[in-house]
Design a protein around this ligand. Structure first.
Ligand SMILES: [Mn+2]
Length: 444
């Protein structure tokens, strides 16, 4: 079944143990009103018949053809009569008392968009696993949504109270509640996006940049079935649609930082972004702040560097090969190979904090003669501080004073660290004009 559920002002009761649960009722226990309407979206089968047996009125609206979650949700939202729209994926299970803490925040401030903690329901056994209250939403250079650990800064802001609302930079997107009027004021969804993907980041950036607040409410828990892969086909291919949606996010909301997205996703430049005039007008009309403001104020822990000198490949002057992450993970060695000029694994940013970073990993050396590893960026200098000299073109490791050097014959894909000798093999070309790429732009 594929449908989205709109539950304005309701409470769902669940009965049964781990793998044999079912929804046995949806009761009106809301403090907003006794008027409960549930909408389900479903692409086939006998859903109408099924829901007609539920003890509360349930409305089924069908899209004529497969239109994706964005348009399906817009259709559902249109039929909401309550003050608050709550979006839940179909594969969700609410827990006792999940709704009140969400609604309470919206009552306090109608510009607060709230998410429950999303517990994990196993896609194999339906086991219910409580999720951590110490993670929040972020994103990487590819504009994939990612969970990251809540930084101490946010813990301090909440006075160490883990039950207090958590200000999250982004939301996963499947589950949230929003004041109905505010939903439209803020621009609902980008109707230029198709099927799935990117709409959660689009809304997250929009909420923050345009004066709202995005929170995870730790006292509200809703279970969600997570899967590794999407079981659905995407017309024209997954990547085409996801890249199209993400490009719209980058073009409308991310200002100069859209460069990171394009550098990391070389294929993205060939995907048409469509007409974004209306969304840019929305941004102007709402007098939304810049992406710089968002990074500085809401998400200073982001993987996107605020100040950087360079974004592109790093080429050895002697071999003309390029540093390459080889798609490796944190803790593994940096590689080097033929330059392919396609970005992706060969894109690095050289930052004002002297990091050489690729997405959320930084070049890191803990020993004098290497190896140079990719390690999750910590922003504290130390093993991750490198000094690029534009004149000598050397990349010197600050801690050890050693220079980055081309490989030796024993392993042609392993860059080395050696005593600085100004040889050609220790010279590195940061190809494009080396300058401040992300200058401060005035808040809009
Ligand atoms: Mn989902």
């Amino acid at each position: 079944m594929k449908f989205a559920e709109f539950v304005p002002g309701t409470k769902t009761r669940i009965e049964g143990g781990k793998s044999r649960r079912k929804v046995v009722g949806v009761k009106s226990e809301s403090f907003t009103s006794g008027n409960v309407r549930i909408f389900l979206y479903y692409l086939g089968g006998t859903l109408e018949e099924y829901v007609s047996n539920l003890p509360v009125p349930v409305f089924v609206f069908r899209t004529e053809k497969r239109s994706g979650l964005i348009r399906a949700r817009l259709l559902g939202a249109k039929h909401v009569t309550g003050d608050v729209i709550t979006f839940l994926d179909a594969h969700c299970e609410c827990t006792e008392g999940w709704l009140e803490p969400l609604l309470a925040r919206i009552v306090d401030n109608r510009k607060t968009v709230v998410c429950p903690i999303i517990d994990v329901i196993s896609d194999e056994t339906f086991e219910y696993i409580t999720a951590s209250d110490m993670t929040w939403g972020g994103f990487n250079w590819k504009l994939n949504f990612r969970w990251y650990r809540v930084p101490q800064r946010e813990m301090d802001r909440r006075g160490g109270d883990r039950t207090a609302p958590l200000r999250t930079p982004t939301m996963a997107g499947g589950l949230f509640a929003i004041d109905k009027e505010y939903f439209y004021e803020l621009g609902a969804y980008d109707e230029g996006m198709d099927i799935w993907g990117g709409e959660n980041l689009e809304m997250s950036f929009r909420v923050w940049q345009c004066g709202g607040t995005l929170e995870i409410i730790p006292c509200s828990h809703v279970g969600h079935v997570f899967r590794d892969k999407s079981p659905y086909t995407f017309p024209g291919g997954v990547s085409k649609i996801v890249l199209h949606n993400a490009a719209r996010v980058a073009e409308v909301w991310m200002d100069e930082w859209r460069d990171f997205y394009y550098a990391m996703n070389p294929g993205a430049r060939n995907v048409p972004v469509g007409d974004i005039t209306a969304r840019r007008e929305l941004r102007d009309r709402l007098k939304c702040k810049s992406f710089r403001w968002y990074l500085e104020t809401i998400y200073p822990e982001s993987q996107m560097p605020l100040e950087y000198y360079y974004l592109g490949d790093v080429r050895n002057a002697e071999t003309h090969n390029c540093l390459d992450t080889m798609g490796r993970k944190s803790g593994e060695n940096l590689g080097i190979t033929y330059c392919h000029n396609l970005g992706g694994n060969q894109v690095f940013a050289y930052t004002k904090r002297q990091q050489i970073m690729s997405d959320d990993n930084c070049l890191d050396a803990s020993q004098k003669n290497g190896p140079v590893k990719l390690v999750r960026c910590h922003g504290m200098g130390g093993n991750q501080a490198w000094i690029y000299d534009e004149v000598s073109r050397s990349i010197r490791h600050e801690n050890t004073g050693q220079c980055l050097q081309k490989p030796e014959a024993s392993d042609m894909n392993l860059p080395l660290m050696r005593r600085c000798d100004h040889s050609l093999g220790q010279q590195w070309i940061m190809q494009s004009e080396f300058k401040w790429q992300a200058r401060r732009s005035d808040d809009r």
